[in-house]
Design a protein. Structure first.
Length: 286
């Protein structure tokens, strides 16, 4: 039979293993946050991260109940950019980091587009979309561009390409750049596209300062230098996306032939589970 001292050692080791596992998760999130924010904010986060990653002698209860900052939001000035709209800032804690949630885009172009948002690989991008949807930020706005690489660009109430909220969120899920092909004859044949048809990604200017704007890819796209952070995938209504992509384009204010000749209007955009209709028995109860 194991001695009392051996049992204590095993319990202490198990506790240490739990603590180290939690700290590893926190450290991964901290690195992801630091990778995308500006240098000034990064310095503050490094200091906070050191304190956050500490606590080697904290109790289990303290570590499991403390609220964790999952995301960081970088302020953007509406004075410097009058196209920005202040609707507040999303929360930094209690954000889903696994599973998916559904974004429903209802337009004037056909069946609603259902997007499966990825809470695991893009928790902050998904949370930003959900927050803005709750503020009705996207309702009655136009998708102002059909890009030359086959994506529908939406989410800018100003229609200028410069609009958005007064905060930005860093890139989380940008595909890795393709490795140079050993032979010019092979090219990219046989390789999976970096942005497959149906991909939904955030777009910022400059890259990595994502606001409300997003792309819905109507065809495969594999750029030499990927810069769009993937946030989800179209799970329904891809026919509507294809229909949008075939709309004729005209020159926009800067002379680029990317403006849809026929309006693509988002009537509503929501994030969350669809409401379930009451059962017949429930509706007849008094």
């Amino acid at each position: 039979m194991a001695s009392s001292r051996d049992r204590q050692r095993k319990l202490a080791r198990a506790k240490l293993d739990r603590q180290m596992a939690r700290r590893a998760v926190k450290e991964r999130r901290r690195r992801r946050m630091l990778a995308g924010v500006g240098s000034g904010v990064a310095v503050l986060l490094i200091v906070a991260g050191i304190a956050w990653a500490g606590g080697a002698f904290d109790s289990d209860d303290a570590e499991t109940t403390a609220a964790e900052d999952i995301c960081a939001w970088t302020p953007q000035s509406a004075t410097a950019n009058p196209n920005l709209k202040d609707v507040g800032t999303p929360p930094t804690t209690d954000i889903p980091t696994s599973g998916t949630r559904t974004m429903t885009i209802t337009t004037n172009q056909g069946d609603p587009i259902k997007v499966s948002l990825d809470n695991t690989l893009s928790p902050c991008g998904a949370e930003s979309l959900a927050f803005l949807a709750g503020k009705k930020f996207y309702d009655n706005t136009d998708c102002h561009e059909i890009t030359t690489y086959g994506a529908i660009r939406c989410g800018d109430p100003s229609g200028t390409g410069q609009g958005g909220p007064t905060y930005s969120v860093y890139n989380e899920n940008v595909p890795s750049a393709p490795e140079p092909s050993p032979s010019a004859s092979t090219g990219t044949a046989g390789k999976a596209p970096l942005y497959p048809k149906g991909t939904v990604a955030l777009i910022g200017d400059p890259p990595g300062t994502n606001g409300s704007q997003f792309l819905i890819f109507a065809k495969d796209y594999s750029p030499a230098t990927p810069e769009f952070s993937i946030v989800g995938t179209v799970a329904g209504g891809l026919e509507t996306v294809t229909k949008m992509s075939k709309i004729e384009t005209v020159a926009n204010a800067t002379g680029d032939k990317v403006k849809p000749k026929q309006k693509i209007t988002i009537k509503s955009l929501t994030v969350g589970d669809e409401a379930t209709a009451p059962s017949p028995s429930a509706s007849t109860q008094s």
